[in-house]
Design a protein around this ligand. Structure first.
Ligand SMILES: *[C@@H]1O[C@H](CO)[C@@H](O)[C@H](O)[C@H]1NC(C)=O
Ligand SMILES: *[C@@H]1O[C@H](CO)[C@@H](O)[C@H](O)[C@H]1NC(C)=O
Ligand SMILES: [Zn+2]
Length: 374
């Protein structure tokens, strides 16, 4: 028989909160700061906030921050969707900010506690960062380390689908010395992330009976060589970020097997490891043009690789391949990217992190905030 220690029994038993608070004096019971952290994280996850539907979690968070005696402003991004700006006292211009996003990817699946792990949509991306940033600020404020004028909390909508929230935040009329962005970085300081651009290729064919292909022009048959040519391209790369990669994420074309396809399209996400999006757009246009006529290439502006500051002692560093809101916020502030949880589980059906990761993230954010205010 395996011996269980008292602390693992406590975890396994997942005691109701009344028992936990009654046992607050017990040395093995979770501290009240852990309880309030886990409870804040839970409430954020329980309010479903798939991009476009951030209203509920936003209202809840506004009420929470007001109850913690922050001054709270909201900024409408589109109907029912608001960014949240919170600060101490009356001074809305502050030296630094912590920031993350309150939307999640679909589908929603609910909060679940499994021992010392927390599962659920948004548990990692990015409600783990939101909850731990807030707790870090609360704790530093309670200790008197930070005060009015030092720090703002900026929580935006729409990060997962292109950053309409953060782009709107440029209209707040504010600037900061330093911004600490929260995204899952496995508790490491990110030293940079790849750039991003989206490309759509459309083929225009001519419909007709499939028995008489010579009378039509098949859009699917035009798209395939174009995509094949993209796979052969030599794209920019760098020592720091590795290879530029392309994901043909969606293909659509034709209406039925026995009809010559009139339309076909492919959407492609490009992750840039060097250079600017223009370079990749030009390579793609040339390659597609060579494969035939009646093909159209449409490119989103995008951005090149994003370097991020790491000059705070005591952290491991990491390069991440995902995009963030960092390039969507203008200004020449110093910037850090840090947060609990692993990006590899973030958009998956097994999104989860551990309570100790949350606790470590509170400490990490406190270190970053204190460093930035020196
Ligand atoms: C709320 O914050 C303000 C600004 O820091 C402070 O003056 C006030 O005493 C606080 N109120 C409470 C109830 O803590
Ligand atoms: C980059 O691409 C080259 C050529 O395809 C490949 O050999 C190399 O392993 C790739 N590097 C990384 C970091 O994926
Ligand atoms: Zn995120």
């Amino acid at each position: 028989m395996k011996l269980l220690t008292l602390s693992s029994l406590l975890v396994l038993a997942n005691w109701p909160s009344t028992v936990l608070s009654a046992g607050a004096q017990h040395p093995l019971a979770p501290s009240t700061s852990t309880e309030s952290l886990v409870s804040l994280h839970k409430s954020l996850i329980e309010h479903e906030s798939i991009t476009g539907n951030e209203g509920n979690v936003g209202q809840w968070l506004v009420a929470y921050l007001k109850a913690q005696n922050f001054t709270v402003e909201t900024q409408e991004v589109s109907e029912g969707r608001e960014n949240i700006l919170a600060y101490i006292g009356q001074q809305r211009k502050t030296r630094i900010a912590v920031s993350s996003h309150i939307d999640t990817v679909p589908p929603f699946w609910p909060y679940e506690r499994r021992g010392d792990e927390i599962w659920g949509r948004g548990s990692v991306d990015a409600k783990g960062s939101v909850a731990t940033q807030i707790k870090a600020v609360e704790e530093l404020r309670a200790k008197g380390t930070i005060a009015e004028g030092d720090i703002s909390l900026l929580y935006v909508v729409g990060e997962e689908t292109g950053g309409d929230g953060m782009r709107k935040a440029n209209d707040l009329g504010l600037s900061w010395e330093t911004i600490i962005f929260g995204e899952p970085t496995e508790l490491k300081l990110a030293s940079g992330h790849k750039g991003n651009t989206a490309i759509t290729i459309r083929a225009k064919g001519k419909a007709g009976h499939s028995g008489y292909p010579e009378l039509g022009r098949n859009a699917n048959s035009m798209l395939i060589p174009a995509l094949y040519a993209l796979g052969k391209l030599e794209l920019p790369w760098s020592e720091k970020y590795g290879n530029t990669t392309m994901n043909i994420g969606r293909i659509e074309g034709g209406v039925a097997a026995n009809v010559i396809a009139e339309d076909a399209m492919a959407s492609i996400a490009v992750r840039l490891a060097a250079g600017t999006p223009d370079v990749v757009h030009k390579l793609v246009r040339e390659a597609v043009e060579k494969t035939g006529e009646n093909l159209e290439v449409e490119c989103s502006p995008g951005y090149g690789p994003v370097p991020i500051d790491t000059d705070v002692p005591g952290f491991d560093t990491i390069i991440v391949n995902y995009g963030t809101d960092i390039p969507n916020l203008k200004g020449d502030h110093k910037r850090y990217l840090y947060g609990p949880g692993d990006i590899l589980v973030a958009h998956s059906d097994h999104e989860h992190l551990s309570i100790s990761d949350l606790e470590t993230a509170v400490k990490g954010y406190k270190t970053l905030i204190t460093h930035a205010l020196k």
